[in-house]
Design a protein around this ligand. Structure first.
Ligand code: DX5
Ligand code: ZN
Length: 218
């Protein structure tokens, strides 16, 4: 299976998002990974709907929007309106996760659930068939450029087993600290999508770095 690469624009030059879009469009990247932070769920604020709306016309590839916000139900239709194709909410931010997932799908988007490093994949057992994508956080959310948490490999194996046993078709995405040093081990363990922020955008040739990462896991 061709594994997917989703560069995170959080690590891009915000004064030139057009260039970030060009890199994603003209490389073998599969998705845009778009990190929305509210300063409450995570100790950082990134950007919101106006920025997503502004770059949508520059793009042809799917927008994978990762909401690091409390009570995401308030904004599901707004994110659909600005161009989200996959909308991921945090398990830790939802009181009624099943309802939230249905609301995302009712808007015609794929529904994702992100888990913080301390949250066991077992909490998703009863809802796994309703989830299109599980985003395993391999750093504590809030900032790019952090070190990969090694425990993630075990979580991938455990989650992959759960998905197979339940007959679900859920994709596993890894977010945080992904580099060429851990990419292959992650996909070998069962990851389907790798998010890469700093590794791609802080490199000297982001397009080439992206292509190399894709080749590594193809
Ligand atoms: C962290 C974000 C990540 C981040 C990844 O809160 O969810 O998507 O941009 O950045 P790197 O790849 O630099 O760890
Ligand atoms: Zn993210």
């Amino acid at each position: 299976m061709a594994h997917k690469i989703a560069p995170s624009i959080l690590a891009a030059d915000f004064s030139n998002l057009q260039s970030a879009c060009d890199i994603i469009e003209n490389s073998s990247a599969d998705w845009y990974h778009i990190d929305v932070m509210d300063g409450v769920f995570v100790p950082n604020i990134s950007f919101g709907m106006p920025v997503i709306k502004a770059i949508k016309p520059l793009s042809t590839k799917p927008f994978d929007v990762h909401l690091m916000i409390v009570d995401p139900d308030r904004y599901i239709n707004d994110f659909k309106a600005v161009g989200a194709d996959i909308l991921t909410v945090h398990y830790e931010a939802c009181n009624h996760l099943h309802r939230t997932l249905q609301a995302i799908k009712a808007e015609g988007m794929k529904a994702g659930v992100a888990l913080n490093p301390h949250t066991s994949v077992s909490v998703l057992e009863d809802v796994i068939k309703d989830i299109d994508l599980v985003c395993l956080m391999s750093v504590n959310p809030g900032f790019g450029g952090q070190s990969f948490i090694e425990q993630t490999y075990d979580k991938v194996l455990k989650l992959k087993r759960m998905i197979k046993e339940s007959g679900a078709t859920t994709l596993i995405e890894i977010d945080g600290g992904v580099t060429s040093a851990n990419a292959k081990r992650l996909t070998d363990a069962g990851a389907d999508v790798l998010v890469a922020g700093s590794f791609v955008f802080k490199s000297s040739d982001p397009k080439n770095t992206c292509n190399e990462l894709k080749d590594l896991v193809s």
